[in-house]
Design a protein around this ligand. Structure first.
Ligand SMILES: OC[C@H]1O[C@H](O[C@H]2O[C@H](CO)[C@@H](O)[C@H](O)[C@H]2O)[C@H](O)[C@@H](O)[C@@H]1O
Length: 611
């Protein structure tokens, strides 16, 4: 199944991927980063899968599917010669244990249905013991146990449980799958129909707070729902994606675990949520951040688990063959130990924006920000791995330096605008020094463009963020020159690459190519809008929207060679800039924080042309 054939359901603690043919191929319980109990996504049905659909020798795709209104409740419908049947899949809000509910409903006629379930704990490695108790099926293996309430009798065999049954018009049959720690007593059963009503209501209430009223609202709302689904409700942490090892290069080695909270991705997600009126998420993330990074500034990591754990050691799961043979399958992520200086700017920016949006001050937050700035003061001039987390040699990445400027700029603003205390003169002086150095060392005057790193001739899509973060005004010729150079040199098949990936180029230290990283194309659309080229911006934005799958979801990348989505799915880093670009094009996103460009050209800015 292609990556875009999946839909997402979740309960804000974990999430499952449901295939177009009714197969649940990915589910980690109890948390996003727990071992999967269905891992067919990275192997086959023997690594754990739950299929449910019309009976027959093949497993046909649903005739149509959609989310029920603005929710995460998925409805898949099959038209068959004998009638139409609907399967509603959702994960109710967590009470004590995680539940997955599948309701089969006869829409017309009488349809013969079938189901086949294989539970495999520990990412497909543990075949559990299965027994029947009081009409329920219980599977146990190590620390994990699941209970399945099935409305039809299931037959065991071939390490699976199967059933064939009929559903007539108006009939509703509910399957409930509940996880719990194997040492605990049997979980309390939920009422699936009551839970369905409650889950729908929850989403309705959440969307009721949405402040976005601009164009492309349907795409923006689906992206907001997806971002909310990637939020770990108990702590406020946000995962970059709910999957691991969906390849950036089909059949290749660029397979990473995204089930963690990157400070970069999370702060960008928050900016999108805050912009749409969701301050509660910002409050809860700030509390998560203060707990996660508590301690010495030099110990700050670029990512943590959603509960704040720091050790995310990378491991390869040798028994999983990988998505379309893309090996290795990895869990954990070695990027955790990298130096990525941009995260200081991202954290400072998001805490500043939270204040601008009306969030109450927190003295501990300011103490930590002062510590972070102390670290930036001491280390901003070192080479790092940058936002792309390259596994090649460290460099003086331009984007990292620009974000160090952002860190200082937002610290200065907190003093100027919110009466915080700190060595403002020293910080202003360093902010301006970094600005001058970047303009001197990272700008190629002959080509009229900023470059990826000091002294390099390469371009990099992250340079498109220069006007967005307020480093230079959009009409500055250096910004326009950079946008145009990236258009000329980094675009392939209508989309923007992160940086050139060629065999003789060791930027990221990895073999193989990759698709177009979708965030970069959204940044291009936003940058075009900012420099007044709205028509081109809209054209590119709509080309990107057309890549979304039938239920509005985007992976990390799109590979024009195959016309397919690649990389982890769905990816916050793709949905965030979708929201930002829609806001920029509808003029509801301020181009940079109020107060001008302290380190800018000094010339009076000319506003971008009105459309
Ligand atoms: O492709 C190389 C790198 O890919 C991952 O990083 C990317 O995803 C992160 C999470 O969305 C994002 O913050 C980062 O900017 C992206 O480059 C992976 O985690 C890295 O280990 C890998 O080197």
């Amino acid at each position: 199944m292609r990556i875009e054939d999946y839909a997402l359901i979740g309960d804000m603690q974990s999430a499952a991927l449901v295939g177009r043919n009714g197969s649940i191929d990915w589910l980690c319980l109890p948390k996003f980063d727990s071992p999967a109990c269905f891992a067919a996504l990275l192997g086959d049905k023997h690594h754990g899968q739950w299929w449910l659909g019309p009976a027959g020798s093949r497993r046909p795709d649903a005739t149509r599917r959609r989310y029920k209104g603005d929710s995460l409740v998925l409805e898949s419908e099959w038209d068959t010669p004998d009638g139409t049947v609907r399967v509603t899949d959702f994960m109710p809000t967590r009470h004590v244990n995680p539940d997955l509910v599948r309701i089969v409903e006869g829409v017309s006629g009488t349809v013969e249905m079938a189901t086949e379930i294989r539970v495999r704990f520990d990412y497909g490695r543990i075949v559990p013991w299965v027994r029947r108790t009081d009409g329920l099926l219980q599977a146990v293996g190590g620390p994990d146990s699941v209970w399945l309430h099935s409305p039809v009798p299931l037959q065991g065999g071939d390490y699976a449980h199967k059933a064939r049954f009929r559903v007539a018009e108006g009939e509703r049959l509910a399957f409930v799958f509940t996880w719990h720690p194997s040492h605990e007593a049997r979980p309390v059963e939920i009422d699936p129909f009551e839970q369905l009503a409650q889950t729908e209501q929850l989403w309705q209430e959440w969307l009721g707070q949405c402040a976005y009223q601009g164009p492309w609202r349907e795409a923006v709302v689906r992206s907001l729902i997806t971002l909310k689904a990637l939020t770990y409700a108990p702590t406020g942490g946000i995962v970059a994606a709910p999957t691991t090892s969906l390849p950036e290069d089909l059949g290749g080695v660029r397979n990473w675990d995204y089930r963690y909270c990157w400070l970069r991705d999370a702060t960008m997600t928050l900016e999108a949520l805050i912009g749409a009126g969701y301050l509660e998420e910002a409050r809860s993330w700030r509390a998560w951040l203060l707990r996660a990074i508590a301690g010495r500034a030099q110990d700050l990591q670029i990512m943590y688990s959603v509960t704040g754990e720091r050790r995310l050691t990378e491991l390869e799961l040798s028994w999983l063959p990988g998505y379309e043979a893309s090996r290795p399958v990895r869990i954990g992520n070695d990027a955790v130990t990298q130096l990525q200086l941009d995260v200081y700017g991202e954290v400072m920016n998001s805490l500043y924006l939270s204040r601008v949006s009306g969030m109450e001050p927190d003295d501990r937050a300011w103490t930590i920000q002062r510590e972070l700035i102390g670290y930036v003061e001491a280390h901003w001039d070192e080479p790092d791995e940058g936002l792309w987390e390259v596994r090649g040699p460290r460099r003086h990445f331009t984007h990292s330096k620009v974000m160090c400027w952002v860190a200082l700029d937002r610290a200065v603003r907190q003093i100027e605008e919110f009466g915080r205390t700190g060595p403002v003169e020293r910080w202003r002086e360093l902010r301006d020094r970094i600005h001058a150095e970047v303009c001197h060392k990272a700008f190629d005057t002959a080509r009229g463009t900023f470059t990826q790193s000091y002294g390099s001739a390469e371009l990099d899509a992250s340079l498109l963020m220069i006007p967005m973060v307020g480093f230079l005004p959009p009409e500055d010729p250096r910004v326009v020159g950079t946008v145009e150079a990236i258009q000329r040199e980094l675009m392939a098949d209508g989309f923007v690459l992160r940086y050139p990936v060629e065999e003789d180029n060791d930027v990221d230290g990895l073999p193989g190519g990759e698709g177009a990283f979708l965030a970069c194309s959204f940044w291009m659309a936003e940058a075009l809008a900012m420099i007044g080229r709205r028509e081109e911006a809209v054209e590119l934005f709509e080309r990107l929207l057309a890549l979304r799958n039938d239920v509005g979801l985007l992976a990390e990348e799109y590979d024009p060679r195959y016309g397919r989505m690649v990389g982890n799915f769905p990816q916050a880093f793709s949905h965030v800039p979708l929201i930002h670009t829609a806001r920029a094009l509808s003029r509801s996103r301020p181009p940079y924080p109020a107060g001008g460009h302290p380190g800018g050209s000094g010339e009076a800015p000319q506003g971008p042309e009105e459309a």
